[in-house]
Design a protein around this ligand. Structure first.
Ligand code: GSH
Length: 199
């Protein structure tokens, strides 16, 4: 029996604890979780594609996830039948899942704060989003405005942005600037917009 182990991992600890309660001999393979991120190495991902510990090997089989490993050990090595009685397996499995769920957020916080995982957390970031006020295709295709009407519409929006001393952003594609085919007359809209925004 071999446990791919990280001493500070609560899920590895569950397996170590249970093996020792049953008095079983096992080998551990210490994994350089931090800073080495060995659990994300090619070799370990081939054993557990989730890139997580614990991983457990016995005979020729590999098991991942503390709940599955604990069930496997109990089913195969607990001769007393005390730890995983047949009639209560669903409820035991369910409780192991609940335990996993309720510790998941604390685990994620630890991964983020202690092991510097790049997780998406609810905290202020330096990212600033600048919504755009005008897009060429919206004016022409969705609002069905003529170039002159578009200039009027853009003027209103620029005035609104100026009132709050905001940043006016617009989105233009190459095509309208060609002033050709269905975009004939639209280059002027772009140029007028620049004038209105900067005067
Ligand atoms: N449901 C799994 C959770 C395993 C887990 O979250 N393991 C942690 C160590 S305690 C881990 O390897 N985290 C690395 C990661 O998620 O990238 C279990 O019960 O074993």
């Amino acid at each position: 029996m071999k446990l791919y182990d990280y001493e500070l991992s609560g899920n590895c600890y569950k397996v170590r604890l249970f093996l020792s309660i049953l008095g079983l001999n096992f080998d551990t393979k210490p994994i350089d979780f931090y800073p080495g991120r060995e659990h994300k190495s090619k070799a370990l991902l081939s054993l557990n594609p989730l890139g997580q510990l614990p991983i457990f090997e016995d005979s020729d089989a590999t098991f991942c996830g503390s709940d599955v490993i604990l069930s496997y050990i109990a089913e195969n090595y607990d001769k007393s039948g005390f730890w995983y009685p047949k009639k209560q397996r669903l409820s035991i499995d369910n409780w192991m899942r609940v335990a996993d769920e309720i510790t998941a957020t604390a685990s994620a916080a630890r991964l983020h704060d202690t092991f510097f995982y790049d997780l998406d957390i609810e905290a202020e970031t330096k990212l600033r989003i600048h919504p755009f006020a005008v897009m060429d295709g919206t004016l022409r295709d969705y609002m069905e405005l003529t170039p002159d009407e578009a200039i009027e519409e853009i003027k209103k929006l620029i005035d609104e942005v100026k009132k709050v001393d905001g940043t006016f952003s617009s989105l233009w594609h190459n095509e309208p600037l060609s002033d050709e085919k269905r975009w004939k007359g639209w280059r002027k809209v772009y140029e007028e917009m620049l004038k209105m925004a900067t005067e």
